[in-house]
Design a protein around this ligand. Structure first.
Ligand SMILES: NC(=O)c1ccc[n+]([C@@H]2O[C@H](COP(=O)([O-])OP(=O)(O)OC[C@H]3O[C@@H](n4cnc5c(N)ncnc54)[C@H](OP(=O)(O)O)[C@@H]3O)[C@@H](O)[C@H]2O)c1
Length: 196
C-alpha cells in the first residue's frame, strides 16, 4: 500500500520503519517536502504531527482537497505546551476536530496511546505487547488501519467510533502523568486485560 506520513519526528520515524518493513511504500514528509505530491499518491495518510501542526496543515485548501476520499490516521493528542494537560476534551476530541476539517476523508484514531520510545523499540526488535486502539466511523477505513497495524506485528483493538477519541486522548495524558509525572518512565502503556 502507498502511505504518506506527515511528520518525520519521534512518532513518524518508527511508523515509517515499521510500515516499510511490512512491505508498504512510504513517503515520509518533512517540512522541506511537498505534502500534496505525497498525499496524491497515497491511499492512507498518517498525521504524525503535533495537534496544532495538524490543525495548521489541514487549514491549507490544497491539502484538504488532496486528502478527500482517503483514509487519514490521526495519532495526535491535543496536549498543552508542557504536555501535562489536554487542551481539548470531554464533549469533543482532537480527532473529531480534525475530522470536522476533513468531511470527505475517513479519519481513524490509532497509535495515540503508544509512546514513541515503545514504537522505536518495536521497530528495532523489542516487541511491543501493547495494543493499538483503533477508533473510527468508516468501517472500511477502520478495517484498513487494523490490517496495517497487524502487518506491523502489533495487536489492534477495535475502539468504536471516532467519538471514543474523547476517552483515548485522556488515556494518553494519564500515561504521560504515569511516565513523566509519577516516575514510571516511557516504556509503559495501557492494555486491555480480562480480570479473571
Ligand atoms: N511522542 C510520543 O511518545 C507520542 C505518543 C503517541 C502519540 N503522539 C502524538 O504524535 C504526534 C507527533 O508526536 P511526535 O512526538 O512525533 O512529535 P515531533 O517529534 O515534534 O514530530 C512532529 C514532526 O512534524 C514536523 N512538522 C511540523 N509541521 C509540519 C508540516 N507542515 N509538514 C511536515 N512536517 C511538519 C515537525 O517539524 P518541526 O520540528 O520543524 O516542527 C516534527 O519533525 C503528536 O500529536 C503527539 O501527541 C506522540
Amino acid at each position: 500500500m502507498q502511505i504518506a506520513i506527515l511528520g518525520k519526528g519521534n512518532m513518524g520515524t518508527p511508523l515509517a520503519t515499521l510500515l516499510r518493513n511490512a512491505g508498504h511504500l512510504v513517503d515520509s514528509v518533512g517540512r522541506a517536502d511537498d505534502p500534496v505530491a505525497a498525499i496524491s499518491r497515497a491511499e492512507v495518510v498518517i498525521l504524525a504531527l503535533k495537534y496544532e501542526q495538524a490543525l495548521a496543515i489541514l487549514a491549507q485548501p490544497a491539502i484538504k482537497q488532496t486528502l478527500s476520499g482517503k483514509t487519514v490516521i490521526d495519532i495526535t493528542n491535543p496536549l498543552s505546551e508542557d504536555f501535562m494537560s489536554l487542551t481539548t476534551g470531554h464533549s469533543t476530541s482532537g480527532a473529531e476536530e480534525l475530522a470536522r476539517l476533513l468531511p470527505t476523508s475517513a479519519v481513524v484514531k490509532a497509535f495515540n496511546t503508544i509512546f514513541a520510545s515503545v514504537l522505536a523499540d518495536h521497530a528495532e526488535g523489542t516487541l511491543c505487547r501493547l495494543p493499538v486502539f483503533v477508533a473510527g466511523n468508516d468501517s472500511a477505513a477502520v478495517e484498513c488501519v487494523t490490517t496495517l497495524v497487524r502487518g506491523m506485528n502489533l495487536k489492534a483493538i477495535a475502539a468504536g467510533d471516532l467519538t471514543n477519541a474523547r476517552y483515548l486522548e485522556p488515556m494518553t495524558e494519564m500515561m504521560i502523568q504515569f511516565g513523566y509525572g509519577l516516575g514510571h518512565g516511557d516504556r509503559i502503556g495501557f492494555s486491555l486485560e480480562t480480570a479473571a
